[in-house]
Design a protein. Structure first.
Length: 255
């Protein structure tokens, strides 16, 4: 008995055996930190969703937002085109580079795996905010169907596009997409299941329904200006490039 106690004392000094009280305190502290982390991430996700709603209002030129694709600080046409293309390129590069598997493998040597997606979402939000700040309207009309028989159908298509985007995120995993699930599982000492190729609802008809919804929302407008056309065309090019990279990643993961 004495030898056992001596051995335990030696293990405690060497750090091999945790004292029960210390272990309980560490567990409680870990749970507290985990809950605070979840709360921080939840606030970040809510902030990102607010930016997403602003994005909807930005593209739709809704009156209650201070800036939109057709309203904001003006610039000479050549400068406006250059700034707008730069804003789209910044957004596209952030989304494409940080989403690649090679980048993720390198990035998770610095950022814990359970925070990788949340950091991506923060980066995406910052890129969107930069676009809103940099964007310069070019209010030359390309077409104007306002007040015509096409007015309402175009607004319905615009709304349908955003609805498809939102519903598609829930069909795969909305909370994993924004990084909340990874942090929650880590707090519980668990890891998520391995990636699985699923095709729920929209995904049975369209390979990339989120992108399809965005394309619909970007192009369906009763009043198309040069600035809006540049935005829709630039984002469409980004989406087509991104689809190519995503298809390659999917083939690598699932064959």
């Amino acid at each position: 008995m004495c030898n056992i106690r001596v051995a335990e004392a030696h293990q405690l000094r060497c750090g091999y055996l945790a004292h029960p009280a210390t272990s309980t305190i560490e567990n409680d502290l870990g749970i507290l930190v985990g809950r605070q982390l979840i709360e921080i991430l939840r606030n970040l996700v809510e902030g990102n969703e607010r930016i997403g709603r602003f994005d909807l209002a930005f593209v739709g030129d809704v009156a209650f937002v201070p800036r939109s694709v057709d309203r904001g600080p003006e610039a000479p046409p050549a400068l406006a085109v250059a700034m707008n293309v730069a804003a789209i390129a910044l957004f596209g590069l952030q989304h494409s580079i940080m989403a690649r598997q090679g980048f993720k493998r390198a990035w998770t040597r610095i950022v814990p795996w359970h925070l990788e997606r949340s950091v991506y979402v923060i980066g995406a939000s910052l890129a969107l905010m930069a676009m809103f700040v940099l964007w310069r309207p070019i209010p030359v009309i390309v077409w104007d169907a306002t007040g015509t028989i096409l007015d309402l159908p175009l607004w319905l298509l615009f709304s349908l596009g955003w609805l498809v985007v939102l519903l598609s995120t829930f069909m795969i995993n909305h909370f994993e997409l924004f990084g909340l699930e990874q942090a929650w599982l880590h707090m519980r000492g668990r890891k998520g299941p391995p990636p699985e190729l699923r095709q729920p609802f929209f995904y049975k008809w369209v390979a990339h329904p989120i992108y399809a919804g965005f394309l619909l929302a970007f192009w369906a407008t009763p009043e198309m200006t040069i600035g809006h056309l540049l935005f829709a065309a630039g984002m469409s090019v980004y989406i087509l490039i991104a689809i190519g990279y995503e298809e390659r990643d999917l083939r690598t993961l699932f064959g």
